[in-house]
Design a protein. Sequence first.
Length: 312
Amino acid sequence: MMKSPRSAREPIQSIWKLGSLSVRQLTSRVIRGINEDDLLGRASQLAFNFILAIFPFMIFLLALFGIFASHRAALVQNFLSYVSVALPPAAFRLFSETVREIIQRTDGGKLTFAFVLALWFASGGMSSMMSTLNGVYRVHDSRSFLKYRGQALALTAAIPVLVLAALALVLIGGHTANFFADKSHMQSAMVTVRRIVEWVAVLFFLSLAFSLIYYFGPDLKEQRWYWITPGSVVGVLLWLAASGGFRTYLHFFNTYTDIYGSLTGVMILLIWFYVAGLAFLIGGEINAQIERAAGAHGHPEPKNPAQSQYHS
C-alpha cells in the first residue's frame, strides 16, 4: 500500500516553515493580531492573576524541593539565582524575602499539608493563561468545569516539575563540572562550559513549559504536539529581552520609588508580570497565525477562526 503523500514530518516542517509565510508576512499578521485579540488588555488580566498565584506556586515548589531534603538549600539557592537575573532588583528583593519567610515560618509538615491547597490557588494563574489563549486562537471553551480545572491543575503541577528537573540538571552538572575540573586542571574552561550548558538547559525547559501550555491551554479540536515551537522560542526570548530592558530602564530612570514609596517592589513585580504575560501571549499569537496559514494550505493543523467555535 502506498503511503499518503503527506508524511509524518510535514506538520513539523509546516510550523517551522511558518505556514508558508515570510517573516515579514508573519510579523504583519502578529502585529495586527495583537490589536484584534486585545493582547495588551489580556496581559493585564494575566499580571493580576500571576500576582495572586505566584506565592501559592512557590509553596508548591518548595514542597517539591523538600523531596530532596539534603539538596533543598542548594535547589532554592539556584532557583533564586536565576530569578534574580530576570527580575528587577526591587521586585527580586520582595520575592526573595517572601520566599525566605515561607521557608522560615513553614516546616516540612506544614508545607506538605499546604501542598494541595497551594496547588489549587496557583492553578488560578494557569486558568487565566488558558482563557487568554482561547482568545488568541479565537475559540470558545467547550470543556466542562471538571476537565478545564483538571487540565489547569495538571499544567500547574507540571511547571514546578520542569523547574525542579532543570535545577537538578544544573546541580548535577555543577558537580560533574567540578569533578572534571579537578581532574583536568582546567577550572576556568570548565566554568565557562558549565555556564553555557546551564543556560541552554534553562532556555530549553522554559521553551518546553511554554509549549506545554500552548498545547493544552486553548480548547482546540485538532492538535499536534511540538516539543519546541516558533512561538515558544520567541516568547521566551522576548520575555528575557523585555526583562533585561526593564531592568536597564529601572537602573537609569527609576522613578517608581518616588511615586509608589513602600509599594515600589509590588508595583515593579506587577509590571514585570505584565511584560511576561504579554511575551507569553505574543508567542501564542505567533503559533496561532502560523497554524492558520498552514491550515489555509491544507496542512492537518488548521485552526482558523472560521473553523473554530468562535462564531458559534
